[in-house]
Design a protein around this ligand. Structure first.
Ligand SMILES: O=C(O)[C@]1(O)C=C(c2cccc(Sc3ccccc3)c2)[C@@H](O)[C@H](O)C1
Length: 143
């Protein structure tokens, strides 16, 4: 069975608590339950991780690559726009990354229009809400 991961960056553990207009009203815990169900339906084995710390996200990318994870649905959140270190971590593995943003980063503040991680990702889904995660899982199940 193909092993895939869903990796979420800073503040995403607080989903559903504030700014439902931007990030939806579902909590991170509820999303994790839905992602597990979707993965099972797609015939995927799923690992999940969320951290507010850049180094912990990098360590997880390294660990998942060593553990045989083949594809990662990755929402780097604010680190999207700042982190060369995360970009280098993605490029250092053979895993396929699908970058997901709940909001449309290109209709927001200009500083959110740049992604350091998109150039080393297979593709980017932005602005489809949390349905973007489901679309990314579906893509990976067909790879
Ligand atoms: O749209 C996204 O998913 C995004 O990756 C997510 C972000 C983000 C930013 C702050 C908080 C959260 S999650 C959240 C939302 C509401 C209340 C608490 C936390 C996500 C942004 O930093 C990014 O620019 C865009």
């Amino acid at each position: 069975m193909k092993l895939v991961g869903i990796l979420n960056g800073p503040n995403l553990n607080r989903l559903g608590i504030r700014e439902p207009g931007l990030y939806g009203s579902q909590t991170y815990e509820s999303l994790c339950k839905d992602w597990k169900k979707t993965a099972h339906t797609l015939g995927l084995e799923l690992v999940l991780y969320q951290s507010n710390h850049e180094g912990a996200l990098i360590d997880t990318i390294h660990r998942w690559a060593d553990e045989g994870v083949e594809g990662v649905v990755f929402n780097p959140a604010a680190y999207t726009h700042t982190s060369v270190a995360l970009r280098d971590a993605l490029a250092s593995t053979d895993m396929v990354f699908i970058e997901v943003h709940i909001s449309n980063i290109y209709t927001r503040e200009s500083f959110r229009h740049t992604s350091y991680t998109a150039p080393v990702s297979r593709g980017v889904i932005s602005g489809l809400g949390t349905a973007g995660y489901t679309a990314a899982l579906t893509y990976l199940s067909g790879q």
